[in-house]
Design a protein around this ligand. Structure first.
Ligand SMILES: NC(=O)c1ccc[n+]([C@@H]2O[C@H](COP(=O)([O-])OP(=O)(O)OC[C@H]3O[C@@H](n4cnc5c(N)ncnc54)[C@H](OP(=O)(O)O)[C@@H]3O)[C@@H](O)[C@H]2O)c1
Length: 288
């Protein structure tokens, strides 16, 4: 396998990490950092991504090579470990494209290195040992990550630096706190949340979330917040939200980094969020 320093590496060889890596590997060198050396050795035997065989340049965290830019694509509960593995690769910068809000954890673990959280609406899911892309989306990166945007664009992905990345993250959090827990609790596809009986709860979650996010700097009112959530639930109507997929597969969900973060922000701003507290408790129960 090629060693030496890589222009780009991805920490997290899951659905989205392998989808990004397979695209990037068509136009340049990309390293993939798996959870362990054993998992990396498995990946080097090849994996099917979007129906094509892909042989990633995969490493475990202990034998990871140097890399200029790191993209973190693990589930949010693994952010700290992944960020520390990324930091050890002596990068110019580390960017997360995870859901939820992990910016603080990431920057703390990567102290001394440019680090920040972007967002992506690119989609992929695991299908047995294979990975299936589930739809092209947009990837927005924090300022300073222009070289990463260029590499993603060269790989045919839609990507750009977003000057107000904090607002973009909050807007995505709004959608996630409304759709993800309800889809997981009721085991329904996103579009079904727009109709009774789920609709009343969706509206209650939005009504409690937007004042909290507005207090954090997201400029929108209740009508705009509701329209945004409706638009995403409609556009992704046939999809199973990631939290529902996690519950169905018996995996830990990302509820802490999604609803958990919103609840912490609500406390910080002295705002009520009883419906979010209720869905948080219910999803925790579903996790067993
Ligand atoms: N999939 C999507 O369509 C999508 C879209 C937008 C955003 N996102 C976000 O992107 C993130 C990743 O999602 P995903 O669907 O790709 O999850 P996933 O399929 O579960 O992949 C995560 C991968 O990270 C690995 N991992 C865990 N800890 C690690 C560590 N310390 N070092 C290296 N690798 C580690 C996991 O290994 P194991 O398998 O050994 O646990 C797993 O292979 C999540 O925050 C998700 O919300 C996903």
């Amino acid at each position: 396998m090629t060693a030496g320093r890589y222009p780009l590496a991805i920490v997290g060889a899951g659905a989205l990490g392998l989808h990004f890596a397979a695209r990037l590997a068509k136009v340049g060198r990309v390293a993939v950092i798996a959870r362990s050396g054993e998992r990396a050795a498995d990946l080097r035997k090849g994996v099917t991504v979007g129906g094509e065989r892909f042989v990633p340049e995969a490493f475990g965290p202990d034998d990871a090579p140097g890399a200029d830019w790191l993209i973190v694509l693990v589930k949010t509960g693994d952010t700290r470990d992944a960020a520390l593995a990324a930091r050890a690769m002596a990068p110019r910068g580390v960017v997360s494209l995870q859901n939820g809000l992990v910016d603080e954890v990431l920057r703390e673990a990567c102290a001394g290195v440019l680090a920040g959280q972007g967002i992506t609406t690119e989609g992929a899911f695991r299908d047995g040992s294979a990975v299936q892309p589930s739809g092209a989306g947009d990837t927005l990166l924090p300022p300073g990550f222009e070289p990463v945007a260029e590499l993603l664009v060269a790989a045919g992905l839609r990507a750009r630096v977003e000057p107000d990345i904090a607002a973009a993250r909050l807007a995505k959090l709004l959608v996630n706190v409304a759709i993800n827990p309800l889809a997981a609790i009721f085991r329904v596809r996103n579009g079904e949340l727009l109709a009774p009986p789920h609709r009343a709860l969706l509206d209650a979650l939005v009504a409690e979330a937007w004042p909290v996010l507005r207090a954090e700097g997201l400029l929108l009112d209740e009508a705009a917040a509701r329209a945004r959530v409706e638009a995403v639930a409609t556009a992704t109507g046939a999809n199973r939200a990631s939290m529902l997929q996690d519950v169905l597969a018996g995996r830990k969900t990302e509820i802490d980094a999604i609803t958990g973060v919103l609840l912490a922000l609500a406390v910080r701003h002295g705002l009520p969020a009883p419906t979010h507290q209720a869905v948080f408790t219910l999803v925790k129960r579903l996790e067993g």
